[in-house]
Design a protein around this ligand. Structure first.
Ligand code: ATP
Ligand code: MG
Length: 429
């Protein structure tokens, strides 16, 4: 009886070996950049109390209303797979006393889960790199965060393909006043709105600004502007940030429609977008969230951060062919045997070559087989050199050949002891 094969969950991807070089390149550059800025890694669980996300992201957001993977565990506790990293980062940092009276520069990475409609660049399990800075109230830290992301785009060769949008969404108080004005405006135009907008105009009117519906957008053309409700203090902070960005040579544009999908943001928010990915244009988003730590029960601690979407950046790196060749070549040398019974010599020779060529991939053929099929495997592995061990006859020393696989088919012959150094020379190691 045939059994149906179990498939992966929709929207949850396997990353296959041929895709991993782009991930590795991205991870390596991200790790190098955050290190250069003095950030330290924090890790926290994939599962948290559902309440953590409700209280941080906001009850009336898409994420909490309809995208979370929530369930009761065997103890009856309601848990959720994390849909983003900031809430867990704040929870962990506060729980372990990292926040009170301190400054912290932290980063994290890992999978996030949102039950969205899967499409190119939008998945149900996706990965983020995130950076969070605590205890620094000024616009200097906001500028630093943007500088980190800009440095990463340079390192990845993506700087020409992304652009920075900023907005000042004001303090929580400013937004409250604005929200009331916006609700009143939307109520007056309720008949021209769609169901989604009508539902949100009371619960979370600012989310209506994000609507993808053109009819709703045309109503919004005459809506009150948030900018008119933003306090003097917020405006000064934002102006100072713009000055800092100019002095750093970072170009930006102001997008008054940028509100972000999470409720905890205040003052400056930003997003890096690209025209390389179709509809899924945002590759990185962030901003200040000065109220969140207190909102989650910690002592008031100002904060700012950003998160970037790994899959979208990987797509960009692949499309624009930015992944260096060195990341694509896992195997440089393939050691094989032309006679039977040479396994132990082959394994030891491969080990000696590894010692001589650090950082290179040296595969020792396993599983036997004919010489010709071993050579085929060496080609399939993408090796540039094959090292061939051959028994020359009873009591005669082993003959060892190095065969060039890429480019020419030159052959060198040598003794076992001299081969590792010769391989290193040929690889330029
Ligand atoms: P979008 O507007 O594309 O839905 P978002 O505002 O929901 O993005 P954030 O919550 O700010 O995104 O997350 C930061 C980054 O994570 C985004 O800029 C994006 O690159 C990435 N991201 C968000 N949701 C997904 C997803 N479902 N699949 C893949 N990447 C995602
Ligand atoms: Mg989203």
């Amino acid at each position: 009886m045939s059994k149906t094969r179990i498939q992966a969950i929709r929207g949850m991807n396997d990353v296959l070996p041929e895709e991993s070089p782009a991930w590795h390149f991205l991870e390596a550059q991200f790790h190098a950049v955050v290190k250069r800025f003095g950030y330290r890694e924090i890790r926290f669980p994939v599962l948290e109390q559902t309440q953590l996300f409700k209280r941080s992201i906001g009850e009336v957001t898409d994420i909490v209303e309809k995208e979370m993977y929530s369930f009761d565990d065997r103890n009856g506790d309601n848990l959720s797979l994390r849909p983003e990293g900031t809430a867990g980062c704040v929870r962990a940092a506060d729980q372990h006393g990292l926040l009170y009276n301190q400054q912290q520069r932290l980063w994290y990475q890992g999978p996030m889960f949102r039950h969205e409609r899967p499409q190119k660049g939008r998945y149900r399990q996706f990965h983020q790199f995130g950076v969070e800075a605590f205890g620094m109230p000024g616009p200097d830290i906001d500028a630093e965060l943007i500088q980190i992301s800009a440095t990463l785009w340079q390192a990845l060769g993506l700087a020409e393909s992304v652009s920075l949008e900023l907005n000042n969404i004001g303090s929580a108080g400013d937004r409250n006043a604005y929200g009331q004005a916006l609700t009143a405006f939307l109520e007056a135009h309720a008949s021209e709105l769609d169901d989604d907008a009508r539902r949100r105009m009371h619960s979370n009117p600012m989310r209506v600004l994000d609507s993808k519906n053109e009819a709703v957008q045309s109503v919004l053309a005459d809506a009150p502007a948030l900018a008119d409700f933003v306090s003097q203090e917020s405006c000064e902070h934002f102006e100072a940030l713009l000055q800092l960005l100019q002095s750093l040579g970072i170009e930006y544009s102001i997008n008054p429609k940028l509100v972000r999908g999470l409720d905890y943001y205040n003052n400056c928010v930003f997003e890096w977008t690209t025209d390389q990915l179709g509809a899924q244009s945002a590759v990185c988003g962030g901003g200040r969230y000065d109220g969140l730590v207190a909102q989650l029960g910690g002592r008031p601690t100002v904060a700012a951060g950003f998160a970037m979407g790994v899959e979208r950046l990987v797509l960009m790196l692949e499309t624009l062919e930015r992944v260096p060749e060195s990341y694509r070549r896992p195997v440089d040398v393939y050691v094989l045997t032309a006679s039977e019974g040479l396994s132990s010599q082959a394994l030891r020779l491969a080990e000696a070559i590894r010692a001589q060529c650090p950082g290179r991939g040296i595969v020792c053929h396993c599983g036997g087989g004919k010489y010709s099929s071993q050579v085929k495997r060496a080609f399939a592995a993408g090796a540039s050199l094959a090292v061939v061990l051959e028994a020359a006859g009873d009591n005669a020393p082993l003959s060892v050949k190095i065969r060039q696989l890429a480019g020419s088919d030159d052959v060198w012959t040598g003794e076992l002891s001299t081969i590792p150094a010769e391989v290193a020379r040929l690889l330029g190691a």
